[in-house]
Design a protein around this ligand. Structure first.
Ligand SMILES: Cc1cc2nc3c(=O)[nH]c(=O)nc-3n(C[C@H](O)[C@H](O)[C@H](O)COP(=O)(O)OP(=O)(O)OC[C@H]3O[C@@H](n4cnc5c(N)ncnc54)[C@H](O)[C@@H]3O)c2cc1C
Length: 252
């Protein structure tokens, strides 16, 4: 999207990726259907951000959920709204979202280097001066957009390389923790797989502190698996489980 945005503004763009295939994480997102965005109001979306989500107002004033919908529909990806404002491609295929982006990159004649891991972003006199690839090649440029993803599912290519580069540029990196993830459990009923495959529709799932007070409640679907619990309600609650465990306010 960054390469497309720059290309649409007439910039001469080079997209450098370490993998053989672009958009691998996008292709597995939303259970392979890609939950492209959400159609709830900005206020409601921000309300659901754990912690203080108000910092997002300024970003949303530049580019928000409705802009994302327009962006993808303009690229030919028809979208549909499901429960809780969740937006998916009509054909339920995340790959069609990836393909639409690749087609737009190609139409904009963005140059793409694949299999070209970046080792380092170079800065000189307080400004970006280029990037150095792992094979030693240096590419000079005065503008770099770092979009190398986070640390989740590293086999898709994103291994968290960008944090060090952003730090070197003077940004502060906050503590990293998983979010929107399934939750592992060692409970006997998980280990003996007695509930594996049980799906619950439209249930209220809460994360409780040791005193039994609900830290968060989400009413959505959930699923028992061979390793723990999963499904939309669990993914939404997961960040609260991680944070509560870090604070010692939740049992493993
Ligand atoms: C299982 C799963 C399901 C998800 N479902 C949804 C969903 O339904 N809806 C939603 O909005 N979000 C979802 N997400 C989150 C979403 O996929 C990510 O937020 C999104 O992919 C981030 O995009 P990105 O371009 O920043 O990074 P990525 O998609 O991770 O892409 C980073 C790219 O950078 C490349 N790269 C990494 N390091 C280097 C390097 N050193 N040199 C060169 N290239 C490098 C990688 O090869 C990769 O191609 C999901 C994530 C996961 C893991």
């Amino acid at each position: 999207m960054a390469a497309i945005a720059a290309g649409e503004k007439g910039a001469h763009v080079l997209l450098v990726d370490k993998g053989e295939k672009l958009g691998r994480k996008l292709a597995i997102s939303g259970g392979g259907r890609c939950n492209v965005t959400n159609r709830l109001s900005i206020d409601e979306i921000i309300q659901h951000i754990p912690g203080n989500g108000r910092f997002l107002y300024s970003a949303f004033s530049e580019f928000n959920n409705e802009d994302i919908i327009q962006f993808f529909e303009k690229l030919g990806v028809a979208l549909k709204e499901e429960d809780h404002g969740r937006m998916f491609p009509v054909n339920d295929k995340a790959q069609s979202v990836v393909d639409a982006l690749l087609t737009r990159l190609s139409n904009l004649k963005v140059t793409i280097y694949k299999n070209s891991p970046v080792a380092e972003v170079l800065y000189e006199h307080g400004k970006t001066s280029g990037v150095r690839l792992k094979d030693g090649q240096v590419i000079d440029t005065d503008a770099v957009v770092i979009a190398v993803g986070g640390k989740s599912v590293p086999h898709t290519g994103s291994t968290g390389d960008g944090y060090a580069w952003a730090k070197k540029a003077g940004h502060t990196i906050t503590e990293l923790f998983p979010t929107e993830v399934p939750v592992l459990s060692h409970e006997a009923f998980i280990k003996n797989r007695s509930l594996q495959g049980l799906a619950l529709r439209d249930v209220s799932l809460s994360v409780l502190n040791p005193k039994g007070k609900a830290l968060i409640t989400h009413r959505m679907d959930m699923l028992f698996t061979h390793f723990g619990v999963s499904g939309p309600a669990v993914l939404r609650c997961s960040q609260f489980v991680v944070k509560a465990m870090k604070n010692g306010a939740c049992r493993k």
